[in-house]
Design a binder for this molecule. Structure first.
Ligand code: GLN
Length: 456
């Protein structure tokens, strides 16, 4: 813990930690020592971790990297961060992210972007660590902590993991409790671990998840011993390669990476089959209707009364002006864009044309996966992202749709509620990490982690 705290103090340039909690960390580290001396050794005992700013942590600033939550210190702890603390994990502080987890580059944060510790060859351009869990990815990749929590609504664990050469798993929807995690799109949001390797991911996932009566979508299922499942034996498993993920204009090195992944799994004894997921091309547009719709509803609670920021009011201003001024000042541009899209697609005149249609598309995407699993496919292999990490500022002011295209391989998994893992799988020509994604059957994270283990 002390070594991590020193490393964090020396790494302000990465802007990964936005609130440091050294006092809490040292106190918990001492408590972990005592537990070990008493012969107790829970799964994460004494392991220093970072917590994404989206998780409410009792008495510690929790702002979802938004100005509207300025100064907000919750009086309660999210179930996931509480589970980690109960398992002995030591919180070092809160990690940078895109505002309300909306983004793919960590550039929408009120704290400014986090920085990827990787560089392109000897070029000193600062690269994005990805988003929205960019601070988590940067901190783990730069050894500021041993692991971090992330959340993933459309790829926010897997894309930053791929951009920084680490491992990240989004479990099945319902595996981790969403209680105490600031909501973005409630039917898509899931927490998960971001770690150095698959074994750490297995250990940390086991410590994070639990059935939680405080989240009505939390699954009442036993939590398997994910680490015990890591045998590396995948003989006889069937791995599907979806033809729709061969996108036009995809760089050759991503194709090559994918081929290498197939070969590694085949060498380990898996059977590789071509599959079709015919509705894939509708996933991104459906996601960018459903996620903003849910976000616009979830973000209605930031009214200047209950949490964080309230605008200074002029003589004669009433409650409407308070809402308007507070929200205009407190939210960043991307969040406002999502709220506008969301309220538009949910409005009476357009509800059927956009929101209901997107829900139908979502059902078809889910069915595509069910069909493939019913044919005996155990896991699906795809690239995690369409490119390696890009330069900070390169996409920020471009057409927002260009930024949304980063999520093309990851959003299907959230729409279908499935588990997905990104694992590091080599470097591109410029020496940047690239990741592969494996998608598994619902609730079979143990099996998925074991297949990912064979790719390591
Ligand atoms: N990049 C996607 C978005 O901006 C996904 C974000 C996430 O998974 N939280 O919505």
């Amino acid at each position: 813990t002390e070594a991590c705290l020193t490393a964090i103090d020396g790494a302000d340039a990465l802007n990964a930690f936005v609130h440091k909690t050294p006092d809490i960390a040292l106190e918990r580290a001492r408590a972990a020592d005592d537990r070990i001396k008493a012969g107790e050794a829970p799964a994460m005992c004494g392991i220093p971790v970072g917590i994404k700013d989206l998780f409410c942590t009792s008495g510690v600033p929790s702002q979802a990297a938004s100005g509207i939550l300025d100064g907000f210190r919750p009086e309660y702890e999210s179930t996931v961060s509480q589970n980690l603390a109960d398992a002995g994990a030591v919180m070092l502080g809160k990690l940078n992210m895109d505002e309300f987890a909306m983004g793919s580059s960590n550039e929408t944060s009120v704290y400014g972007n986090a920085v990827n510790p990787w560089r392109r060859g000897d070029d000193d351009t600062n690269l994005t660590p990805g988003g929205s869990s960019g601070g988590s990815a940067s901190a783990v990749a730069a050894d500021l902590c041993l692991a971090a929590t992330g959340t993933d609504t459309g790829g926010s664990i897997r894309q930053p993991a791929a951009f920084t050469g680490i491992t990240g798993i989004k479990p099945t929807y319902g595996r981790c409790s969403r209680w105490g995690i600031v909501a973005f799109a409630s039917s898509l949001d899931q927490a998960g671990p971001m770690t150095k390797d698959v074994r750490d991911a297995a250990i940390m996932l086991g410590a994070m998840c639990s059935h939680d009566p405080k989240d009505s979508t939390s699954a009442d299922l036993p939590v398997p011993d994910f680490e015990a499942a890591l045998t590396g034996d995948i003989k006889g498993k069937t791995i599907g390669i979806p033809r729709e993920y061969h996108m036009d204009g995809m760089p050759q090195e991503i194709e090559d990476l994918w081929t290498r992944g197939k070969e590694m799994l085949a060498d380990a004894g898996a059977k590789i089959v071509d599959i079709t997921l015919p509705h894939t091309k509708y996933a991104l547009p459906a996601y960018y209707v459903i996620a903003p719709a849910e976000a616009s509803s979830n973000l209605a609670r930031y009214d200047g009364v209950r949490y964080g920021h309230r605008a200074k009011l002029a003589q004669g201003d009433g409650i409407t002006e308070m809402y308007e001024k507070t929200r205009a000042e407190g939210f960043g541009d991307e969040v406002k864009r999502r709220v506008m899209i969301g309220t538009y697609v949910l409005s009476a005149g357009f509800y059927d044309a956009y929101y209901n249609r997107a829900r139908k598309v979502r059902a078809l995407i889910k069915k595509d996966f069910e069909d493939v699993f019913a044919q005996g496919v155990d896991a699906i292999l795809t690239p995690a992202t369409p490119s390696a990490a890009f330069g900070l500022g390169e996409m920020k002011d471009a057409d927002p749709v260009r930024m949304y295209l980063n999520d093309v391989f990851t959003v299907t998994v959230n729409l279908a509620g499935l588990p997905g893992i990104a694992v590091p799988a080599g470097l591109d020509k410029q020496g940047l990490p690239l990741g592969l994604q494996l998608i598994g059957r619902p609730w079979e994270e143990a099996d998925l982690l074991n297949t990912a283990y064979a790719l390591e």
